[in-house]
Design a protein around this ligand. Sequence first.
Ligand SMILES: Cc1ncc(COP(=O)(O)O)c(C=O)c1O
Length: 312
Amino acid sequence: MSNTLGPREELFSGPTPIQEMWRLRAHLGGGPRLLVKRDDAIPFGFGGNKVRKLEFVLPEALAAHADTLVTLGGLQSNHARATAAAAAKLGLRCVLIINGAPQNRPSGNALLDQLLGAQVEYISSRGERAGAVERVMSRLQSEGRKPYLIPLGASTPTGALGFAAAIDEMIAQGVRPDVIIHAGSSGGTQAGLVAGVVRNGLATRIIAVSADDPAASIASTVRGIVRDIPGCASFDGEIAVDDSMVGEGYGLPTDTSREAQQLLARTEALFVDHTYTAKAAAALIAHARDGRFSSDETVLFWHTGGQVGLFA
Ligand SMILES: Cc1ncc(COP(=O)(O)O)c(C=O)c1O
């Protein structure tokens, strides 16, 4: 299937729901209209933002006649799990380069990686990633395989097209929020959302809430990706990244992310993971409480998935 953004290998069809968060809003004492876009409910491989990116990256792999998808991430990487799921669905092999130690009894995403038949190469730290990628790629080539490397988080200009398309999807649902707030890390999600907004001439502000890196570093990555997206070469607008919720670091909950996790579950029956989406939800709640949104605004929390991490 193809659209104006480029070829798409469809892993799911139809828009993800956009729902009102009435009870959360009431709990916060009013304020802006609060919506949630349910990419956690994407009905493929436990969903999440990586599925949208992979839909645009996979045609490149297929065009290169790849027989093996190779990617990397942490032990509980949602991206690694989504890539393993896509490989299974397309009849390709999958090799995951995972920093972390193998578990005796795999849980969460690691369990799903195993069920999906991915081959896992463990490395002990993020610093070993580049060397391991080179080693694995040349080993597979010497075995006569055709590996295709999907970079970290599929955060390439091609992967980001999945989120530019998601803005088209949201507009077709009749929703044009003033603000979109979501979890960010490798930058592809925000880059695609920004590109989608630019391409459609919307005034929507996109705020990424960092799961790990400083705001300036994520913003500069995002800007680079946006400018490589068709129609956005001269983009010079603001890239808003909030790094105030990181706390002690990647994957480590904070008091506010714990509170947000409980509040979303108890008011909206929504589940957010402590690595990404609980920190984004914590920022949404903090901004609403501080009056940083005006009460006539519509704020959309883009739920990027990650719920498998609750079972790690
Ligand atoms: C659940 C979830 N939300 C958000 C993100 C961040 O998205 P991006 O890497 O595109 O910035 C990720 C992955 O890094 C993720 O797994």
